[in-house]
Design a protein around this ligand. Structure first.
Ligand SMILES: [Fe+2]
Length: 181
């Protein structure tokens, strides 16, 4: 079976050892409570909203968000310097954890297809993600990114790291769903 560190080589980008371990532990806890396995994550499509032919896997999308968010953070620090400093550890940990709550949102139907379960209807993944992360000691500035990355986060004032993850997530999702062809 694939381990969390094999699933997420990007954990190595978090330089603070304690934060890296808390981030990894959150994914482990989510896997323990999920019906999905790491193998499922490398196979299922990343969204149920872009039609039946989508081949981009859950992990491919989640990892792409982390890579793109990291590049954005590096460019912010290069061009905006002290005007808009980006904490790279917070950014990378938040991007890795943004969708961890989805592991509790999904259930498998009788044919083994992924569907949103009752739990997920009541608590979408920004909420379940914060709950999992807090149980693992993840600090509030990272939990804020999980909480504010999706549409619900439009109602709160976002940190710069949360802005980057939010826009990275949406710009790598909306063109799959809505674009001019
Ligand atoms: Fe999300």
């Amino acid at each position: 079976m694939v381990t969390i560190k094999e699933l997420w080589p990007e954990l190595e980008w978090i330089s603070d050892t304690a934060l890296r371990e808390k981030t990894a532990r959150t994914w482990e806890l989510a896997m323990e409570r999920s019906v999905l396995t790491p193998d499922n994550l490398q196979q299922i499509p990343f969204t149920l909203l872009a039609g039946p032919d989508l081949k981009v896997s859950f992990m491919d999308h989640k990892r792409a968000v982390v890579h793109i968010a990291r590049e954005c953070g590096l460019k912010f620090n290069e061009f905006f310097k002290d005007e808009l400093p980006v904490n790279m550890d917070v950014l990378v940990a938040g991007a890795i954890l943004a969708d961890v709550g989805k592991l509790l949102e999904y259930e498998l139907d009788k044919k083994g297809k992924c569907i949103q379960g009752k739990y997920g209807e009541y608590l979408r993944h920004p909420f379940s993600g914060v709950s999992l992360a807090e149980q693992c000691g993840v600090p509030p500035e990272v939990c804020h990114i999980i909480a504010a990355h999706a549409a619900e986060g439009g109602l709160v004032k976002r940190s710069v790291e949360a802005y980057i993850v939010h826009h990275t997530d949406f710009m790598t999702f909306l063109p799959f769903k809505e674009r001019i062809r």
